[in-house]
Design a binder for this molecule. Structure first.
Ligand code: SAM
Length: 406
């Protein structure tokens, strides 16, 4: 899995299915996922330790380096006894530099090596975010990656927030939101009868900005796995949910069945789809992106979001917005959102859209509708950075803008 991410630019999710074919037991799968997560959360720190214990630095892509990262993650972060961590790691180097790996591990283990309290972000990411947002944001992001975030839930019925927060032993940052400690979601109260779904609080904001639907039509253009479709349906919109990934739409179907909400599902490429003649009252474009805003849950994004990937995503985002703009009724509302911390996918896309689509203007977001700590930018859009909601457990990074069609 680590090879697939670090050498082939794949996501952990994409690599998992293949890797897990060889791991039948749930506890083995859990351990593998935990090792991968820990290595990716703190890779520069493991590498610094490894380099401190070798005379000649191992090449970046050396197998011995990868095996040592995994052994150290177990020993230093996952409380695996050191002898167990190294004795399960060394067989991975059969025919290779076992003695070297054993020596490095032994030196670090005997020297009581520890990890810094605050992880170090990969250098290219730290440099890019520092240039865009400043050093304080980089420090907040590093702090935020130290541990997986709490569990955020969106409620189908916001009027039940207080009772659900109590039942779930959580707290609420907004009506319709409950935050609690991580847990196996299927065991929590209200799961089986579909009273809520898992959704980071930042990811819940774009659909909230469309308000009550009162039966009007909404197109959710990149819908799967469907948190925002569920919200729109619960808010009373008649929703068409489109996505090109059939397997992800299947999860949306399951979530609709569990919550008793409804939406028309369409499997299609948004850039090719022949939209129906009747325009929509509202469109939500939760576009594919580098996903750097979800680095706390998916630290692999830090190693995959290259400038090339970001530029390619920005082109797709502009093309999607352009197509969506033609399917909206005059007076209709278009919300554009990306879980990205890159200005090229957020602010720059919004500015270019406004320039090339004079019939659209920003409908400024109202601060009253936001959790404490978030502020609307002078342009009227919302940029959510690590650190802004740090006290109650943070949030994903996002860019969200609402346009109105004149
Ligand atoms: C950020 S995710 C959407 C998350 C979703 N809105 C939610 O709240 O659960 C982006 C989605 O865009 C879909 N996608 C990417 N390119 C697409 C395209 N050309 N046409 C349609 N869907 C696309 C992906 O399959 C992915 O499900």
């Amino acid at each position: 899995m680590l090879d697939a991410v670090l050498r082939h630019g794949k996501s952990v999710d994409a690599a998992t299915g293949r890797a897990f074919r060889h791991l039948k037991r749930a506890d083995d799968r859990g351990l593998a996922a935990a090792i991968v997560g820990e290595v990716l959360r703190r890779l520069p720190d493991y590498d610094r330790l490894i380099d401190s214990a070798t005379k000649n630095p191992l090449p970046d892509d050396a197998k011995a380096r990868m095996v040592l990262r995994m052994a150290l993650a177990q020993a230093l972060a996952l409380n695996t006894p050191h002898h167990a961590a190294i004795s399960t790691a060394l067989p991975l180097l059969a025919g290779g530099p076992k003695r070297l790996a054993h020596g490095v591990f032994g030196t670090l283990s005997r020297g009581n090596a520890t990890l810094p309290d605050i992880p170090t972000l990969p250098e290219p990411i730290a440099a890019r975010w520092s240039a865009a947002w400043g050093d304080a944001m980089v420090a907040s992001a590093a702090k935020a990656i130290a541990a997986p975030p709490p569990l955020d839930l969106t409620l189908a019925k916001p009027e039940e927030t207080e009772a659900m927060a109590a039942a779930l032993e959580g707290t609420s940052l907004l009506p319709g939101h409950v935050r609690r400690e991580r847990a196996a979601v299927t065991t929590l109260p209200g799961y089986a009868d579909g009273q809520w779904w898992v959704q980071d609080i930042a990811a819940s904001l774009p659909a909230r900005l469309l308000g009550p639907g009162e039966g009007r039509t909404a197109l959710d253009l990149c819908a799967a796995p469907g948190g925002k479709t569920l919200q729109l349906a619960a808010q009373g919109w008649t929703v068409t949910a489109l996505d090109r990934a059939e397997s992800r739409l299947a999860r949306l179907s399951e979530n609709l069945a569990r919550t008793g909400l409804s939406a028309e599902l369409v499997t299609a490429d948004a850039l090719q789809w022949a939209a129906p003649a009747e325009a929509y009252d509202a469109i939500l474009v939760d576009a594919p992106c580098s996903a750097t805003g979800i680095f706390r849950r998916h630290p692999d994004v830090l190693y995959r979001a290259s400038p090339r990937v970001i530029a390619e995503c920005a082109e797709i985002q502009a093309a999607m917005l352009d197509r969506a703009s033609r399917w909206l009724k005059p007076g209709g509302t278009l919300v554009y959102a990306v879980c990205s911390l890159e200005t090229a996918e957020g602010e720059a896309v919004a500015r270019a859209f406004l320039e090339s689509h004079p019939a659209f203007a920003i409908a400024p977001i109202d601060e009253v509708a936001l959790p404490a700590g978030l502020a609307v930018a002078p342009e009227g859009w919302l940029r959510i950075l690590p650190g802004q909601l740090a006290d109650p457990g943070g949030s994903d990074g996002f860019f969200i803008v609402r346009f109105r069609h004149s």
